[in-house]
Design a protein around this ligand. Structure first.
Ligand code: NAP
Length: 309
């Protein structure tokens, strides 16, 4: 195992999104040594938001800039960061919690799970095969490839609305396909979209299939009200139908609910002493940037209290 085994961190934070990095900021400021272990992208979900307009005190900021500022703030305070995939946690008799990653282990007095959520897939034929060839889950990452083309966005939440607004600046036409006839996302973005000439809402409609040999060529849609099935020619489909947790690797150490979220309330305390859960990965009503940040603070302070005994 790696030499990191010799060091004992006060707080091991799994997940480098808004919740995890806020926890690191609070932990470091409380004089605790933290390590943030992230498997893919520091910043998490919000990095793919083109424009964040509902974080108090910041009228408008891109998700990537917001994330970079958070990471900068945490590391300048002394938080260590590693880019590794966590495989599990073992609580030793000594009370030290050992976070196992692919190849290393991190010994910690307390642990904060801030693993967030991952993109939900539509589950239609060809979706997996054409991912990266016209099927995308991130408009800000892939939107540029569709400049001047016709694309579809699927979903009715804030992510889908923001994606449609972002893509309307690059694409010739943006179809926003939603399974109901009213949106779940922010009303003010809906109003802005209604005013855009190259955006068309396709409501009460589901995607049945994605057609294309080497890349996406068209969608097969189904109008739920009329039952009519028809084709829509697009070269890209941006899927924004929500998120699902990925907490299976922690199921033997903390209790999960029936949907896979970590059971913890507003105090961020899980079923296992010394292990806390913060942000979208835990059971909660409101999953927002502000509530992720709030959880990070609450979990870090709870971890400090736990360490103090
Ligand atoms: P969401 O709010 O859960 O919306 C998911 C959408 O996908 C819903 O409209 C849902 O339809 C639809 N959907 C789910 N499964 C589907 C399926 N199998 N087929 C077709 N449609 C399906 O997810 P989100 O938009 O990613 O937002 C997640 C959270 O992040 C929300 O709390 C949101 O407010 C927040 N957010 C914040 C910002 C920001 O700038 N601060 C940006 C983006 C998101 P129904 O409506 O019919 O259920």
């Amino acid at each position: 195992m790696g030499n990191s085994a010799e060091k004992i961190y006060d707080i091991g934070i799994i997940g480098g999104g808004t919740a995890g990095m806020t926890a690191a900021i609070y932990g470091q400021r409380a004089g605790k040594q933290t390590v943030i272990i992230e498997g893919s992208t520091f910043g998490g979900q919000i990095t793919s938001s083109p424009n964040v307009e509902n974080y108090p005190g910041i009228a408008s900021v891109s998700g990537s800039e917001f994330s970079m500022n958070l990471l900068d703030q945490a590391t300048k305070l002394g938080a260590e960061t590693v880019m590794e995939q966590v495989t599990g946690i073992v609580d030793e008799e000594s009370g030290i919690k050992v976070i196992h990653t692919t190849g290393k282990e991190y010994h910690c007095r307390s642990v904060i799970l801030a693993t967030g959520v991952t993109h939900r897939h539509l589950g239609v034929p060809n979706e997996e095969r054409l991912t990266g060839a016209g099927v995308s889950y991130c408009a800000t990452c892939d939107g540029m490839f569709f400049r001047g083309r016709d694309v579809a966005v699927v979903g009715g939440g804030s992510t889908a609305l923001q994606d449609a607004e972002f893509l309307a600046d690059y694409c010739r036409k943006v179809y926003l396909i939603h399974r109901r006839d009213e949106f779940r996302g922010e009303e003010n973005i809906v109003k802005r979209l209604e005013e855009k000439e190259n955006v068309e809402f396709i409501l009460s409609t589901t995607v049945r299939d994605i057609i294309g040999d080497q890349a996406v060529e068209r969608l097969i849609l189904n109008n739920k009200k009329t039952g009519k099935e028809y084709k829509l020619e697009v070269s890209g489909i941006f899927i924004a139908v929500g998120h699902i947790p990925q907490n299976e690797i922690f199921a033997d150490i903390v209790k999960l609910d029936e949907n896979g979220f970590i059971l913890a309330s507003e105090d961020c305390i899980t079923s296992h002493p010394g292990i806390f859960a913060a942000g979208d990965c835990r059971t909660k009503e409101v999953r927002q940037l502000t509530t992720a940040a709030a959880d990070g603070a609450v979990a870090a302070l709870a971890a400090c209290k736990y360490i103090a005994g």
